[in-house]
Design a protein around this ligand. Sequence first.
Ligand SMILES: Cc1cc2nc3c(=O)[nH]c(=O)nc-3n(C[C@H](O)[C@H](O)[C@H](O)COP(=O)(O)O)c2cc1C
Length: 308
Amino acid sequence: MSSFKELRIVDNFYQTSSYFPMPTILISTIDDEGKTTLGAYSLCFPYYVAGKEYYAMLLECRNSSNTAQNILKRGKAALNFLPDSKKYFKETVRLGFPGETSKEKMEKTFLELEEGLAQTTDEIQRPFVCKDAFQVFECTWLSELEKGFECSAGCLEGYEPPYKDFNGITSKFGAHFILKIDKIMMKEKYHQAIINGVKKKDFPQVPVDYGYRDNTHFWYTKTNKFLSEPIPVKKGMDLSTVRYAADRTDPDIHFTDEACEKLSRVPRVFLKVALEGCAKWARELGVKEIGLAELDQINDKRSKEKKN
Ligand SMILES: Cc1cc2nc3c(=O)[nH]c(=O)nc-3n(C[C@H](O)[C@H](O)[C@H](O)COP(=O)(O)O)c2cc1C
């Protein structure tokens, strides 16, 4: 017998039938008067994280919101991550109340705004970002994906079909936006920590939206303690497995036994990519044999690239 009970899957299941940890983000966009406006959003997640020439986030939102309409019209947005504090969360909930115009909302906000770091031109205007955010992603809507540009702004009472599957107007009241990340901006303290290696004390305090809400309250949790869990150290691969793969990577490049031994600690699914990466480095430099010293150089190069 199962130890679980089933819940009905209904509209907004992440709020009505679940506990679902999410970020709380204030999204800035530009309104019709050219001014920055802020809306509260949690359904905003990394979408393209590797393997493309760019990186992107996915935003899911009500298509009549100021944010959705502004993205449809002007394509620019900034995702502001505010630190955890009662006053910021209260303001986030206020900025998350539907129905107010941008002007009404922004007249009352205590949040200060400043220019971002992404390039602007006479043609490209960008929204300001929240001065108090610990991190901001400046983004551009990838309207060419799924011909999202065919969706136009203006229907505030609900859109009629046809709908897009994943980019643009996706249902009568819903929209999805794939937002290319143009810049990640971070406050000095957290920036330094990422460069130098993050310790417990370096994490920003982040409010986590718990998903579930009732008619009267949003629920979130404070972060007050950071715990670490070591990544499991798996028993290395058999040396003969690494030797077999290494000998078939490039006929002109030899991997020493010591190098194979070290590479046996790479998770098996990444072995081929790791060997090919080493071979590519060797070919570029005319190196014929890869030993421990060469592996160190390759690692150094990778760390430098990551830092840059
Ligand atoms: C913490 C929080 C998270 C929210 N997350 C979302 C979300 O992910 N998607 C959405 O459509 N609305 C979300 N809302 C509701 C919007 O903030 C609300 O529709 C608001 O009117 C949007 O502002 P705007 O019209 O200025 O864009 C959230 C509200 C709060 C308080």
